[in-house]
Design a protein around this ligand. Structure first.
Ligand SMILES: *Cc1c(COP(=O)(O)O)cnc(C)c1O
Length: 375
């Protein structure tokens, strides 16, 4: 068994795994299930300060991004794609797939979106139905100020679709104050349940926009509107994955009981960054570090695969490489949710100390020892 310190999925606590093995009912016919599902959705709303509607969809986190775009986009709609990372850029594919015109707002991948610069841009062109933004863009670990960005978009009458799959529950997020119209989350990042579920928070404005479409939503599975009256009608568009949702409910309870969750993420992440930097390695970002993942440049003369494979095969610690424009350039440590604890991070950094030594790359100090001094 490996220790899973990747940028998601994370480790899963025993009570979540056990909840997934509980006895199940027919979720279409058993009215108790509708009460249970609604209770979990209400908890999700409460945890993220949302007065809108929360839904749980059967399908990994990507389904949420696609559902947001499928449900909002009508053919010909102009959509602003805020792109300062790989997931940010990726939204353009969904927009295009559903007939929208994706207008890229591309900026520096090494820092958060500059909100003033975005304002200057919107003052010249704000003719967008909605905009897509990523909270924590996991390949680089950059954390965008979604509250400032979505408030700005709202000022210009632009709806917002936000991917916080790797941000929420590791970074503070207030949906109402942020004026987010569709927020997308997943089960397998800071919530620390296994992959398989999409979480959505939908504002009234987003619902109205979907309901006033001239053309039907060009998807069934990714159609958010089909969830709108599930409770009143006691009907879901497809049978809900009940065991996944039982596990999710346990994970939600864990988060609710974890009063220091953001402080813990902050402490672990900040000590990790300091230890790595003082050891002489370089962080990928210039600024805007998310406390859910740390992204480290692969030193010259080394290959990411060498580092990852020694970590995995010799020390049984799995960390992530990267893909797309960052393939081979960085390695990533996920310290979100269940992974955000001192002993797992110390073990991970200890394994990295040894790995770099074996690869003949001298570090200026032990990352593990430095980390333990700091937390
Ligand atoms: C993990 C993640 C998703 C879900 O995507 P997968 O690659 O399928 O795990 C979406 N957005 C972000 C920012 C993520 O970190």
């Amino acid at each position: 068994m490996y220790k899973i310190m990747t940028a998601g999925p994370t480790q899963v606590r025993e009570n979540v795994r056990m909840a997934r093995s509980l006895e199940t009912t027919n979720p279409d016919l058993d009215l108790e299930f509708y009460e249970f599902y609604k209770r979990v959705c209400d908890d999700l709303n409460e945890l993220l300060y949302s007065s809108g509607r929360a839904y749980i969809l059967g399908g990994e986190g990507i389904l949420g991004l696609e559902a947001a775009c499928a449900s909002l986009t009508e053919p010909g709609d102009r959509v602003l794609v805020v792109d300062n990372g790989i997931f940010g850029k990726g939204f353009a594919d969904f927009v295009t797939l559903y007939g929208g015109k994706a207008v890229m707002y591309t900026c520096d991948y090494k820092r958060p979106v500059d909100v003033q610069a975005l304002r200057d841009y919107l003052e010249k062109d704000a003719d967008f139905k909605y905009a897509t933004v990523v909270h924590c863009d996991t390949p680089s670990g950059v954390l965008n100020d979604v509250k400032a960005i979505c408030n700005l978009l709202a000022e210009f009458g632009i709806l917002s679709a936000v991917d916080s799959v790797a941000g929420m529950f590791g970074e503070y997020l207030n949906v109402d104050e942020s004026k987010i119209d569709i927020l997308c989350g997943g089960s397998q990042k800071a919530l620390s349940a296994p992959p398989g579920l999409t979480l959505l928070w939908v504002s009234d404005k987003a619902m109205e926009s979907m309901e006033s479409r001239k053309t039907p939503i060009a998807s069934f599975y990714a159609n958010i509107l089909t969830f709108k009256n599930y409770y009143r009608d006691k009907w879901f568009p497809y049978t809900m994955p009940i065991s996944d949702i039982k596990g999710l409910a346990a994970a939600v309870d864990n988060v609710k009981a974890d009063k220091d969750i953001f402080l813990r993420h902050e402490k672990i992440a900040s000590a990790t960054r300091t230890a790595i930097t003082e050891a002489g390695l370089k962080l990928y970002l210039d600024e805007g570090f998310s406390n859910t993942v740390t992204v480290v440049e692969v030193p010259e003369n080394l290959k990411d695969e060498q580092i990852l494979s020694i970590m995995q095969n010799k020390y049984q610690v799995m960390i992530s490489g990267c893909f797309d424009v960052l393939a081979g350039k960085v390695i990533r440590i996920g310290h979100m949710g269940e992974n955000a604890n001192v002993s797992d991070m110390a073990e991970t950094l200890g394994a990295m100390d040894q790995t770099f030594k074996e690869l003949g790359y001298p570090l200026k100090c032990s990352m593990k020892d430095r980390f333990l001094q700091l937390v």
